[in-house]
Structure formats: C-alpha cells, structure tokens
Design a protein around this ligand. Sequence first.
Ligand code: ADP
Ligand code: MG
Length: 364
Amino acid sequence: MKYILRNKLRLIPMALTAFLLTLSLTACGNASGGAGSAEPEGAAEEYSKTVYAMDIPIDLKAWGKQAREAVEEAGQELQRIDSLLSVTNAESQIGQLNARTGSTISGETLDVVQDSVRLSELTGGAFNITIYPVVRAWGFTTGGEYRVPSDAEITELLTHVGMDKFTLSESGNDSAEVVFSDEKTMLDTGAITKGYASDRVYEIFDSHGIDSALCSLGGNIITKGKKTDGSQWRVGITDPFNPDDYCIAVAVEDKFLVTSGGYERYFNADDGIRYIHIMDPETGRPVDNDLESVTIISDHGAEADALSTALFVKGRDAAIDFWKNCTELEFDMILIDDDGTMYVTEGIADSSTATGNYPVKIIH
Ligand code: ADP
Ligand code: MG
C-alpha cells in the first residue's frame, strides 16, 4: 500500500458519470452528443466530449496532436457499435436475430458472440448471453414495469436459456448465420458490449498516436498511457454501500477497469426485496449473494466486462477460486463483499489504497 492519497477529489470515480463529469472531466462538452471542447492555444492539446450511446452518457478525453480527431472518431464508433448490438433496437443485428427478422450477422458481431461463447465456457455458464428472456421478464431493458415473475414463469423461461440453443456458421464474406434451435431463445451481448467498444476506442486512440486518454462508459473505465505529467491514473472504485463516494483507489496505466454491482440498476419490489439487473443463469433470478461489487482490471476490455458480470454471479469464494485457478485469462480484481471487506488480488495490492474504513484482504 505504498500509494498515498493526497487529494481525494483528483480521483476518478467509476460508474458514476455525474461525479466524474464534475470532478475529473470538467473540460467535457455538453451531454447528449454535444460539442466537444478544446483547451486554449498553448496548453497541452486536449480534447474531450460526452457522447450518448449504449443508453448512457460516455465521457471521452484524450491528449495529443490528434486528440480531436481521435475523440470524434471514437464517439462515432461507439454509436456504430451500439446500432449493431443494441438489444433494445429492433433494427440492430442482435435485435433482428431476436425478432427472427434476420439471421445474418457481420464478422464483427460474430467476433463479439464468439467471444461471449468462449467466456461463457470459461466461467462455467455464469456469463450467459442467452439469459435475455429472463432479464426481460423481470422488467430490465424493456422500458416497461419491473415485476417479480412467478416460479412457474421462471422455470418455463429457463427452458429457452442455454448457449447450446444456437449455432454459428461462418458464411465466407465476413458474415455468419445464426440458427436457433429454440423459437424463444434470444441473445443479449449487453454485459460485454461496453467492454468490446472500449477495446475499439483504445485502438482508435492508438491509431491517432494518443498516449494519454481517459474514458468512462458507465462502469467501464479506459485508461490509455499515463497522465500528461507522467504519473499514473488513479481510479476510484465506487463504494457500493454509498454510491456517491468511492472506497478504494487504484493507480494504473493502460488498463481497462470494469465494475459490476447491484447498486447500478435495481428495483425494490412490494415484497421489500431489492432485485438487481444481473441474473444467475442457474436460477433465473437476480443475483443475491455475498458480493456487493466486482471490479476487473485487465489489458482487455471485453474480457474485463464479461468477467465482472460472471464473477459477480459466482459469489465471493467461487470468484476467488476462479482467479486462482483460471490459467486462460490474466486479470486483477477487487471484490467487495456484503460486510464491506475488500478482497484485492496481489498484482494490484501495492497500487491500491483504501480510502474509507473498509478492511482489505490480499488474495494470493
Ligand atoms: P452493465 O451493462 O449495467 O454495466 P453488466 O456488464 O454487469 O452491467 O451487464 C449486465 C447486463 O447484462 C444486464 O442488464 C443484462 O442485460 C445482461 N445480463 C444479466 N445477467 C447476465 C449474465 N449472467 N450473463 C450475461 N449477461 C447478463
Ligand atoms: Mg459486464
């Protein structure tokens, strides 16, 4: 724990866009795709913009000679990816698959779906892009009313859930056909889309020679290079018990940080229970375990996104076992459990600083 926090307000809070806007990205342009803003002549060449995509405002900020071009291109790319993969847009490729109005997907969508298949296998099904009929029944992503489905309804819906209920066949010209074996099976890449998009944004920044950038896509943070003063980025992880604050800070460079937590999207039902937007594919019910949030820190955006969802589903001990035993994926993580203990993997132990009173345990 060598990192000493000098100025709390200079941290970058995750999953907290408003806070991020006011404290860290103060030079940002207007929300909803508004104009970008550039620093006055003579200052470091800096450009930032907030675009609206994937149902959230996304803050992009870059420094470098081509900062403006890079940020503008990244903003357009985010909207393009959204129009390809959005589950709530009937015209998107995923929307068409689910409505059975189309069965062809582009090579790019195929990449995302194949990556989802791989991560589903690696996580023993905790990450499952066919969970959508269940997600919808609870009222998430439909824009309609939240509700608690009956046990019988959940049991029926689960018969349409399963990664074995569709097949992919590449059709040559950078496209593929998706064939469902069950009429009601649907796909939702929502738990990996922002991570995939983050990888694309990073590549775009790279192609424009940007070596310092910071972006926030809801619970997904991209850090590119270091800050212009040569120091590392310090990212604050939201306190799940008090989401207006953060409880641990990590010093990083060139990393994707993705947090999944129950505090992000939920509803309180008449039965007094709080139901969250991440589902356990085994039960068809919102996750209700000993974890409050999972943060993955990785070189790969899509992997980090899928893993944050999957390890949140698994619960504390299974998530720790997964980290210890998974040889295919390399990542660090911070788990915050329901009594406020923070579990930090050894790779980031020295670069993390608890900013509140929660105890920290290092995972080796
Ligand atoms: P967010 O997208 O809110 O940042 P996540 O990345 O954790 O959070 O993804 C949660 C979304 O993914 C849900 O809103 C739902 O659409 C979908 N989803 C829910 N449970 C699962 C699951 N077990 N596997 C894959 N996708 C899921
Ligand atoms: Mg995710």
